[in-house]
Each structure stands twice: as C-alpha cells, then as structure tokens.
Ligand binder design. Sequence first.
Ligand code: ATP
Ligand code: SF4
Ligand code: MG
Length: 332
Amino acid sequence: MNQLLEIKDFSVTYVNKSKKVYAVKNVNLKINKGDSLGIVGESGSGKSTLAMALLRLLPEKNTQITGKANFIGKDLVQLNQKELKNIRWNELAVVFQKSMNALSPVHRIGPQIEDIYRVHKPNASKEEIFSRITYLLRLVNLSERVYTLYPHELSGGMLQRVSIAISLVHNPKLLIMDEATTALDVVTQGQILDEIVKMEQTLDVTRIMITHDISVVAASCNKIAVMYAGEFMEIGYVKDVLKNPKHPYTRGLLSSFPSLKGEKLKLTGISGYLPNLSVKQEGCIFAPRCQHATEKCKQEKPLGVEMNENTVWCHLYSSGGELINEDQKPVY
Ligand code: ATP
Ligand code: SF4
Ligand code: MG
C-alpha cells in the first residue's frame, strides 16, 4: 500500500480553566509514501497544533485529541507512552524552528548526535555510528569537520542543517518540519530547501512541511494543504493549486505572497481576522471574511468537493467540481 498516514475526523481542543480552544476541527488528510506536503495558513490557523498532536507532544492534561491518525498500521491517537517512545525518531521525526536550541553549548556536535543514535541502538559500534553521522552531515552539505565543533562555532544555517541531520539519524519514514527554515536568511533557506528535496529522494522520506510562507511550499513540496481556523480549505497538488486556486481563502493567501526570492509582504489580500476559536461556528468558517458568502455558507459547513486529485471545501462548487454560478468566480 502506498499510503503512509491517514487522518480521519481529527480534532484537537485545548482545555484551559475558563475556556476551550477548538484549534483543529474534524480534519481529514491522506499522505502517500514519497509525498512532500506543505501545510500553509496564517498565524493561529492550527498548523503547529496539528503537528504536535500527531507527534503526541501536547500535554495530555489540557488537550483533547479525537479521531484517528493511522500511521503504518498504528493509530497515533491511541499509542501509550512506551509505544510513542519507540516510534519517535525511528519512524516519525520532527524539526522545529528552534530545534538547534536543544543542542548543548558545552559539548561537541558529533558526540551529541552519537548520544541520540544510541537511544534506539545502544549496542551500535563506534564505527557504525561515526559512518552514519558523517553520511548524514554530508547529505545536508556539512563537512566532517562539524563533528568536532561546538554549536557556537556554527552559523544559524549550519545549526539547522545539524538539526535536520539529527532528525534523520534513524531513517524515519515521516519527517515533520515546523517552520524549520523560517529564521534563516532567504539564500540559506533556498539552499536548505534544495538539500531537503535531494535528501528525501536519497533516503525515501515522506515530509510534512509546516509554514506560513507559500514560497517555501512552492520550492520544496509536491502537495499543499491550505488551513484556516483549524480546518482545511483546499488540498491538492502544488502545481494545480498555485496555478489555479479554487478556494477564495487560497486565492487571498496567494495574493499576499511574492516569490521565494522576493520581499515578504504582510497578508493584505483578505480583510478581517481569524474567528474566535473558543466559539463553535456553524457553516463555513471563512464566511465572515468571504466576499462570496451566502445564507447557505453561514448555515451549512461545506463538504469536500473532489476535483481531479484535489479537494476544495466551498459551496461555490457543485459535487462534480464545477462552479455553480459562472458569475461567482472566486475573487482577490
Ligand atoms: P503560527 O503560524 O503562528 O505558528 P499556527 O498555525 O501554528 O500559527 P497554532 O499555534 O497551532 O497555530 O495555534 C492554533 C490556535 O490554538 C491559536 O488560536 C492559538 O492561540 C491556540 N493555542 C495554541 N496553543 C494553545 C494552548 N496551549 N492553550 C490554548 N490555546 C492554544
Ligand atoms: Fe466563501 Fe461560502 Fe466558499 Fe465559505 S463556502 S469560502 S463562505 S463561498
Ligand atoms: Mg505554528
């Protein structure tokens, strides 16, 4: 089977003393082996919550996760701590924007990665470990010399390359990157994205790339999922969605971003703000900001409409994927 991860009716709610925050609501998603899926959406749309919930890194005390996340025959939602420990790094790894901060400043890079390697392979020989680590360092364009350096001797880009190498140490099947290149300058970001694409072809890794920057997805992903206020608006192949976005929110988001090498602009394409996620809203979650919203939009949540291999959640389209009213082409 080609499918690696299937998320079904997956919801995440933060439960604090005084209120609930419905951060991710009934999302459905399939990821095939070899996919590189970019999840985009403005700040607060639930991208990191989705990733952290899949990784089961959210504190159980004040988080409710419901639904299913089937990953290589296991439901991530149901795994106990011991099972999670076995799966993390081995099958499922993550790189955050601040992953580099996890490195100890008083130890050299190589021995720090050795320790991580030994967590799952305590009996590995020194030669095996050294050969794996130097192989990974080369893969992310770092020389063997980095093995003996301290973190303060590396640039931000080199440190993030080390974080990526660490995430790959046990050859995970799925790599989740959450704003992993956001803090880097545009040139370094572009180089690292190229390296990531090459690396995953070599190592056969499937990737989820979380970013608010569509140009990162354009440069490094084959599929894109557009998220808004905890829900998916549009999912499809990058080549289709970026060329011909179907959902009004996707169009608004796209109109706010120039190219990877250009200056990043503020999100100006859509007026208004994200809704209050503590209040359950009927109908389309984007309706308060959508220029096409009708009474139906305010009352009925749109179902996913399949268009070739893409899916769009919007009442503008019939179940066959055609615009219901030709005069209602999405604007922005
Ligand atoms: P960004 O692009 O800024 O990283 P995001 O898309 O990753 O945003 P999340 O961080 O997942 O968004 O946040 C989704 C929603 O959940 C936001 O409304 C946020 O305020 C809320 N949230 C996040 N963490 C908590 C928490 N621990 N308790 C309550 N609400 C939270
Ligand atoms: Fe706009 Fe209605 Fe489509 Fe929602 S369902 S995006 S409100 S047209
Ligand atoms: Mg985030």
